[in-house]
Structures are given as structure tokens and as C-alpha cells.
Design a protein around this ligand. Structure first.
Ligand code: HEC
Ligand code: HEC
Ligand code: HEC
Ligand code: HEC
Length: 268
């Protein structure tokens, strides 16, 4: 998140280049499971690009595995990492609320290095951070190949942009025309929130050089976001949750009283 804004102006080609070492990492990881059908009893047949990506990864682990990838699913995109992140972002096992779209901060901010302030552009200017508009998401996603429509998260995103994606008889997902009247904002679940009686200003903290991660945890490593507990319990002498008053005050007191601890600094 601390990288410069210029990293955002990559085209899809640059994104592709970035994804190559990433695939290598995934290939070396634990074998993912694919839901592929096996009609003949001798080969695992992919039914989507994501399934094909997972089967290829499984075969890299186990060269004896017989797999069959129909030509329509043989493409390079979506990447294996995107398919995995898409599933992980809705994982029941990971902490945090289920968001309306399985969007991964790990894949966007971590793997692709998209700067946090590109999407949360108000953090340096106003008290709230702001969530990106559907238009900003579509600025990238409208240029993506049609194969991405097989991902449920992309279909939900397009639905919020006023585009219906439907599956035709041979199983392909096809985007319809856009009807702007059907567009609607995405209702993200808010994870970090202070009570009404508390004043909090993002811009003062960003200007003072406090990293997003100090308060929000390693977002670039998380597919699914949640309120990350404070791990410096020894520092406070008791278990402290982030966004609790003691946690805020401890930092304001830290480093030679860098910020005010006056009640009226944080309370109306
Ligand atoms: C700067 C470009 C960019 C923006 C802005 C962007 N994305 Fe993405 N998105 C990507 C790339 C690149 C991938 C991964 C492609 C791959 O690896 O195959 C991706 C993947 C995804 C996926 C698949 C799962 C995952 O997270 O990897 C979903 C869902 C998604 N994006 C939704 C969104 C939503 C919703 C927004 C707006 C809040 C958004 N994207 C904004 C570039 C962008
Ligand atoms: C000093 C701690 C701190 C820092 C640094 C910080 N935030 Fe926050 N963030 C908060 C608090 C507290 C809230 C809740 C604000 C509220 O309730 O109005 C919040 C809320 C948010 C939200 C709103 C919604 C949600 O669901 O969590 C976003 C998005 C966000 N921050 C992004 C960022 C980004 C991006 C950065 C870095 C540029 C950043 N923050 C830096 C403390 C921080
Ligand atoms: C990691 C350190 C850190 C944490 C955690 C932190 N702050 Fe701050 N806070 C700062 C710094 C540094 C400043 C900037 C002081 C300045 O501008 O000179 C600041 C400034 C502020 C200001 C503006 C002060 C003014 O004079 O107007 C408010 C309000 C504030 N913080 C509230 C909070 C609240 C509420 C929390 C907890 C939810 C919090 N802070 C957590 C470091 C922190
Ligand atoms: C650095 C910011 C900060 C300062 C300074 C601060 N508070 Fe708080 N306070 C918070 C936050 C954030 C919360 C909400 C989270 C929580 O309840 O721990 C809170 C909650 C409270 C509550 C609990 C309200 C409830 O609904 O339970 C009281 C009472 C309170 N503060 C009083 C004070 C008093 C009195 C002072 C001055 C001695 C003070 N605060 C100074 C940040 C601050």
C-alpha cells in the first residue's frame, strides 16, 4: 500500500507479467482440489478455466494424473491465483464478514501491487476512507477477457454496473448490453467502525505517515478482511483490540507525545 500511484497505471500486459512468478508460487504450493467430472473414468476433465488451472496445478504435483482440458477452457486467464483468491475471499473458515463480492485484497493489493489509495482515494483528503465506485472497478474489469465471466464475483460486479451475464446452452457465460438504469452501488459490509461519539480522521494519520497496515493489519496478505487483533498485548499489559480507546491513546502517547490525548481530541 505504500507503493507509489504510478504502479497503478499498468495495462493488462504488465498484470500478466506480474502474474507469471505468482503462478510459479501457486504451482509449488499444496495441490488444490478441482470439481472436475470424470466421465470415462480415466481422465479428469475441466469444466471451466478455473478448473483447468487447478487441474494443471494438480498435475504439476502429480505427473501421473491424467487430465483433459477442452480447448474453450485452455486459456491463461483468469489466473490460478485469481481463481484461488476468489474462493478464499468467501471462505467460511476465514474470519470477517462475508462481503457481497468475493474480492481479494491479497490478489489486488498484494499480488498486483494496486495502491490502496487508488481505491480508497479519500484517505489523504478527508476523515473517511471511502470505498471505490463500481465505475472504478469496471475501469479495469471492462477490459478483461470474456472468460472472467465464469467467476461469480465478476458476474455480481457486472450486475451492479447494469450488465447481466447469462449462461448459454453450451455452458458459456455471455455478457449482455449495459443498462445504466440497472446500475447500483455495492453494499460492502463495514469492518472498521468507531462509535458516533468518536472523532477519527484518516487524513491526519496518513499525513503523519502512519501506514494503513498499522491499523488495518496486513491487508495485502488477506483474501478476506477482518478486524485484526492487536498483538502487542505485552505493551498494553492487557489484551487490547484495535480501534479500542486504550489502543488509540497508547499510540498518541507513544514517541514523545506525538498526538494529543485530550478527551476532546477524539470525542465530541
Ligand atoms: C487496477 C485494476 C483493477 C481494479 C481497479 C479492480 N480490479 Fe479486480 N482484478 C484485477 C486483476 C488484475 C485481477 C486478477 C486477474 C487474474 O489474476 O487473472 C482481478 C481480479 C478480480 C476478481 C477475482 C477474485 C480476486 O479478487 O482476485 C474479482 C471478484 C474482482 N477482481 C473484483 C473487483 C472489484 C469488485 C473491484 C472494485 C472494488 C475491482 N476488482 C477493481 C484488476 C483490478
Ligand atoms: C490510525 C489508524 C488508521 C490508519 C493509519 C488507517 N485507518 Fe482506515 N480506519 C481506521 C478507523 C478507526 C476506521 C473506522 C472509521 C469510522 O468509523 O468512521 C477506518 C475505516 C476505514 C475504511 C472503512 C471501512 C471498513 O470497512 O473498514 C477503509 C476503507 C479504510 N479505513 C482504509 C484505509 C486505508 C486505505 C488506509 C491507508 C491509506 C487507512 N485506512 C489508514 C483507522 C485507520
Ligand atoms: C499508530 C499510531 C496511532 C494510532 C493507533 C491512532 N492515532 Fe490518532 N494520531 C496519530 C498521529 C501521529 C496523529 C497526528 C498528529 C498531528 O497531526 O500532529 C494523530 C492524530 C489524530 C487526531 C487529530 C488530532 C488533532 O489535533 O486534530 C485524531 C482525532 C485522532 N488521531 C484520533 C484517533 C483515534 C480515534 C484513534 C483510534 C481509533 C487513533 N487516533 C489511533 C497516531 C495514531
Ligand atoms: C486517541 C483517541 C481518544 C482519546 C484521547 C480519548 N478517547 Fe475515549 N474513546 C475513544 C474510542 C476510539 C472509543 C470507542 C472504543 C471503545 O469504547 O474503546 C472511546 C470510548 C470512550 C468511552 C466509552 C463510551 C461507550 O459508549 O462505552 C468513554 C466514556 C470515553 N471514551 C471517555 C473518554 C475520556 C473521559 C477521555 C479523556 C480522558 C477520552 N475518552 C479520551 C478514543 C479516545
Amino acid at each position: 500500500m505504500s507503493s507509489s500511484r504510478s504502479t497503478l497505471r499498468f495495462g493488462f500486459g504488465a498484470a500478466a507479467l506480474l502474474a507469471v512468478p505468482l503462478l510459479a508460487i501457486w504451482f509449488s504450493g499444496a495441490a488444490p482440489s478441482a470439481n472436475a467430472e470424470d466421465p470415462q473414468g480415466d481422465a479428469l476433465v475441466a469444466g471451466s478455466v478455473c478448473e483447468a488451472q487447478k487441474l494443471k496445478a494438480m498435475q504439476a504435483e502429480d505427473p501421473d494424473l491424467v487430465i483433459e482440458i477442452p480447448p474453450q477452457y485452455a486459456g491463461q486467464w483468469p489466473s490460478l491465483a485469481a481463481c484461488e483468491s476468489h474462493d478464499e475471499a468467501w471462505s467460511e473458515d476465514a474470519p470477517g464478514p462475508r462481503q457481497p463480492i468475493p474480492f481479494s485484497h491479497k490478489h489486488h493489493a498484494g499480488d498486483f501491487g494496486i495502491d490502496g489509495q487508488y481505491c480508497h482515494s479519500a484517505t489523504d483528503r478527508s476523515r473517511s476512507a471511502g470505498v471505490p465506485s463500481v465505475e472504478l472497478c469496471m475501469g479495469c474489469h471492462a477490459q478483461f477477457p470474456a472468460a472472467y465471466d465464469e467467476m461469480e464475483g465478476i458476474r455480481i460486479l457486472k450486475d451492479h454496473w447494469g450488465i447481466k451475464v447469462e449462461q448459454n446452452e453450451d455452458g458459456r457465460w455471455v455478457s449482455g448490453p449495459r443498462d445504466p438504469k440497472q446500475a447500483k452501488p455495492i453494499e460492502w459490509a463495514q469492518i472498521h467502525r468507531v462509535p458516533e461519539h468518536v472523532k477519527f480522521r484518516h487524513n491526519r494519520h496518513v499525513a503523519a505517515g502512519v501506514d494503513c497496515q498499522t491499523c488495518h493489519g496486513p491487508v495485502e496478505e488477506l483474501d478476506k478482511l477482518h478486524l485484526v487483533p492487536d498483538t502487542k498485548w505485552w505493551f498494553y499489559g492487557l489484551p487490547t483490540q484495535k480501534l479500542e480507546m486504550g489502543w488509540c491513546i497508547q499510540c498518541h502517547r507513544d514517541n514523545n507525545h506525538q498526538a494529543s490525548q485530550d478527551c476532546l481530541t477524539c470525542h465530541y
